[in-house]
Design a protein. Sequence first.
Length: 462
Amino acid sequence: MQNHEQERGRGDILIVDDNLSNLKTLETLLSNEGYKVRGAPNGQTALMIMNNQPPELILLDVRMPGIDGFEVCRRLKQTPAIRDIPVIFLSASGEYEEKVKGFQNGGVDYITRPFNSDEVLARIKTHLTLHHLQLELTLAYKEVEKQVEERTLELVESNTQLKKEITERKQAEQALENHREQLEELVKERTKDLEKSNQDLQRTLNSLEQTQQQLLESKKMASLGELVAGIAHEVNTPLGIGVTGSSKVVDLTKEIRKRFQEKALSRQEFEQFLARCQNMGEIILKNLEHAATLIQSFKQIAVDQSSELKVSFQLKKYLKLVLSNLTPKFKNNNFKISIHGDEEFELVGYPGVITQILTNLINNSLLHGFDGLSDGAVEIHVEIQEEQVIWKYSDDGKGIPQAVQAKIFDPFFTTKRGQGGTGLGLHIIYNLVTQKLKGTIRCESQVGVGTTFIITLPRDPA
């Protein structure tokens, strides 16, 4: 997933609210976060804005004079060009029936006033991310469909040409048989022509086989596109947890409403209800974010990153720069990171790939090495040995059991299935080091002592 700084300024949000005070409050909050914000005081104006310049997300007040929020959303969903824009309803009531009506009319979320600013920002961020991913997957799938269609047309044309040549060959053979006795010299000449025709036909058949293989590969690409678009297997767990959690919140709400209507609701029961709802909300949000991360990971496996330019850069300074952007990952614990090596030596390569490798190594230490630990240390050493760069990354975490070490670079292998692990992090690192950077990577680890990854790179990969 993109980090917060990368997302700033990339979201176009329309706020629809007849209360100018509420409208101004939300505009200020979102503008400060770098979003492009537009406001509309009523539903009619909002519909005009959507049709002229569609936003990426809509915050829609439920109760407005004239056209209320539900009607605005219903009309929006009936317009093909804008019906995929996510709508988050805003209301001061929070009534269950009103929420249900909002979702029935096409809303993706429902926020009750007075709202928590962090919660609003988190929900907006989540729905914008999902919206962007949906647009990217739609474009990718259309591109795959286009390629399949082009390959299919090529195959049809090749088949037509092949049938034509086969027909011509049969006609020539039949004519040769009819005149065999009278035209023996002609038979010899025709035989030579047929031999040449057979060679041409064989080349055509070979070309057809290649075209068929290309079509098969295109179909595989289409299947991969459907896999990424659906992520049917790996995303089932976090989405299932999200659905279960949402259902639980609804059940708790029904139960507390019943207690309230019976005037049997105690303060303690209400406080327990709020605590449980908050906990379930955090679980739902965490798993939805995890689902988005899985989509990005699948995409990384499928997409070739060879378009990045190769440049000369100072490795140690660049690692420090990357770590400065990863600081938020350690702000709630006592983990320390240090980098050792020559500040000035340069490496010819791909800075973006170095960023991916270091980020995945840090994530691996946090998820596996330091799991359950309150403090720890990461040390990074870089040094030059002739025309090679030796990059050592070490943490003093739990270490990796000997039986597991042989599998850590395999795709989808993880010891944290269902607990945040996808089995893609180290596999991506391995592919980037060996294929993109033309280097090697190996792991040394001891349980209870820590883990070291040793990456050897050429100073200038060919």
